[in-house]
Design a protein around this ligand. Structure first.
Ligand code: FIX
Ligand code: ZN
Length: 434
């Protein structure tokens, strides 16, 4: 008996047709589906082991994560100049001491470190990092990577790849990516908003472009993108944009986006990811930790979705104030896929707020999260936290559905979780990462 064929009379007296859950059974069913389903992590700054040293992992990298550096400068008299003069190891020791010994690690980012140490049965309340360092030094990156991804319940990791980053070039120029658990994204920040600083890098790669992106520049940029699509086979192209981003306007960014990047996305049938709302380097003294947030004008998103109906857009916004508007635009444009709770949005209470709103307005037609992990082991706590929030939000949604008169089955929950954390992305990229 399928769920749709149930008549109200069948439900009287509560005879449980096979597979249907009682309201009491819903929380554990949701939890078991979430814990047994591997996710696709659609945006990270992680690298496959074959990229060598640019892939960050281990306790010193975990502690010197820019989220923790930002918190460190609030809880330590150490100046940024003094901090940058320290070795990575001494920076990590300083952060451990200030945020984990002298203070309670109750912020999301500090709790994340505790969760990683716990996941490897390492002490979480020592004054030094000797045990943790010994543990990570004993790991081999290949094996450790597989183990960490399995612990995080992540089957595929989508990287962030900059074609103008010389540290990555050796892999791409020597046969490309071989690791099947990692996938490439063509990140175009230096071309889209960094053109004034970086156009000569294309010239050095024999592309005939100029400072104003005039003449043959557009067709040369498209040739550049085509060459890198051949090397990377990216799942999508991407850019992060400031809160001041406007489209269309007279800027080089607008010109390159509309005349080169979006046509190339259509040519290679890949989506364009727009991460909008950063205010870069409001405090350069603290480097990566020095970026902030601003409320973006989403008219740009409206114009892009309407004026480029053949393009598919992945959009994530940094400002809390922009989230509702994004949900509304997603109801207007089927070529718009909201994704993730980006950066300053990625805190439990805000993730819950956004995810509830998205379920209420979009059902399961969005991608709830990405980790944005910069250090390998971060995927352990970032996805554990997300499973916790999603568990609460989905349980409430199914209980409300049950109370409204429609019973839920284990199959329903599995289908919905698959869609949210796997098939929405697979369909959007027209690719099955694994
Ligand atoms: O632009 C981005 O992809 C951002 O995620 C990063 O630049 C940012 O520094 C970050 O790590 C956010 O979590
Ligand atoms: Zn990122």
């Amino acid at each position: 008996m399928g769920i749709t064929s149930l008549k109200p009379s069948d439900l009287k007296g509560d005879p449980r047709p096979a597979g249907l859950l009682t309201s009491e059974q819903i929380p554990s069913a949701v939890e078991s589906v979430l814990s047994s389903t591997d996710f696709i992590d659609i945006h990270t700054h992680l690298f496959a082991p074959e990229f060598g040293k640019i892939g960050l992992w281990g306790i010193d990298e975990l502690l010197t994560y820019h989220y923790l550096e930002a918190e460190f400068f609030r809880s330590s008299p150490t100046t940024p100049e003094q901090y940058w003069a320290l070795s990575k190891r001494d920076q990590a020791d300083a952060i451990w001491h200030a945020l984990f010994v002298e203070n309670s690690p109750i912020s999301d980012a500090t709790r994340g470190i505790i969760a990683v140490l716990k996941a490897f049965d390492l002490p979480t309340d020592t004054t030094d990092l000797a045990d943790a360092r010994a543990f990570f030094q004993a790991q081999t990156i290949q094996q450790h990577t597989r183990r960490v991804l399995q612990m995080a319940g992540v089957s595929s990791v989508v990287m962030t790849n900059d074609p103008l980053d010389s540290a990555e070039t050796p892999v791409w120029m020597n046969g490309g990516l071989t690791d099947t658990q990692f996938h490439a994204v063509l990140r175009l920040d230096r071309i889209l908003w960094g053109w004034p600083l970086h156009w000569q890098l294309l010239v050095s790669q024999d592309y005939k472009v100029d400072e104003h992106a005039s003449g043959n520049s557009i067709s040369e940029i498209r040739r550049f993108i085509a060459d890198w699509c051949g090397r990377m086979r990216p799942l999508y192209m991407a850019v992060s944009l400031e809160d001041t981003f406007r489209f269309p306007d007279a800027s080089i960014t607008s010109k390159i986006l509309s005349e080169a990047v979006l046509p190339s996305c259509r040519e290679f049938d890949v989506p364009m990811s727009l991460m909008i709302g950063v205010r870069r380097q409001v405090n350069p003294a603290i480097r990566l930790a020095g970026d902030a947030v601003g409320i973006a004008d989403l008219l740009a998103v409206e114009h892009l979705c309407r004026d480029f109906p053949a393009n598919r857009f992945l959009v994530s916004l940094l400002s809390r104030e922009n989230q509702h508007e994004l949900c509304v635009y997603a109801r207007k444009f089927s070529n718009l896929m909201p994704f993730g709770c980006w950066w300053f949005m990625n805190n439990g209470s805000i993730v819950e707020e956004i995810t509830r709103e998205r379920i209420e307005m979009l059902g399961t037609s969005f991608i709830p999260q990405h980790s944005d992990a910069r250090v390998l082991e971060q995927v352990i706590y970032k996805w554990r936290n997300m499973r916790g929030v999603l568990g609460k939000v989905l349980t409430d949604s199914y209980r409300m559905l049950d109370a409204d008169g429609r019973r839920v089955s284990h199959h329903d929950i599995q289908r919905d979780v698959n869609r949210l954390l796997r098939t929405n992305f697979e369909k959007w990229t027209r690719r099955r990462p694994d």
